[in-house]
Design a protein around this ligand. Sequence first.
Ligand code: ATP
Length: 241
Amino acid sequence: MIEIHGLTIKYGAATAVDDLTFHVKPGRVTGFLGPNGAGKSSTMRAVLGLETPQAGIALVDGRPYGSIGRPLEQVGALLDASAAHGGRRARDHVACVARSNGIGRRRVDEVLELTGLAGVARRRVGGFSLGMRQRLGIAVALLGDPGVLMFDEPVNGLDPEGIRWIRGLLRTLAAEGRTVLVSSHLMGEMETTAGHVVLIGRGRLIEDTSMASLVERFGSLEEAYLRLTESSVEFAAGRAG
Ligand SMILES: Nc1ncnc2c1ncn2[C@@H]1O[C@H](COP(=O)(O)OP(=O)(O)OP(=O)(O)O)[C@@H](O)[C@H]1O
């Protein structure tokens, strides 16, 4: 379970996350949605102890990330697919993270297999497509077999086969009883994958509800999203013509 309590994150004078409170429960995929700049990535970083909030707290299974003994075995995350060093071979990258976290080699091969990277594991990450990097980031997130998983826009750059694969993976992870938080701007994809939605705008909570209730109220997730975030969009495109 992930618990966010009164979380406030400021960058200088700008408030990115504003007194945000919500819980992410196990056993279902929770879609974390909101316009560009709404504060999704900042919130996820706070869960991993990568942000120092001005107020509030983010907990994983009741504890702040920094106090977890073997964090990779509690929470796995894909936040930035470009994080891996380009000069490294894929397997070496995963093996290095595994080694520094006391995780054995067998698990390295398992996650490479699970993410479809076994055949390219000896290739350098620098030559990887964005979709392959996403898979590599997911492989690392799964290394510790954690009960809590966070993916920041994991479908980015994936081809249709990859999108279908991640849909199945997210559902499987949730069905295994894990806590799964996924951010995405692809409403159609989220509607089929997520059972619950946390919608934020300008760092504040807009909705924390089941997918079924949103679709029932608005007809589709896209419609719900557009209507509910109307006043929270910071970077709206100009109208053509
Ligand atoms: N390191 C930083 N320094 C300064 N401002 C930042 C930093 N990181 C994020 N911000 C700002 O905080 C706000 C929230 O950003 P964040 O990346 O959390 O939003 P997001 O919902 O993940 O957006 P997107 O959907 O575009 O990825 C934005 O206004 C962003 O410009």
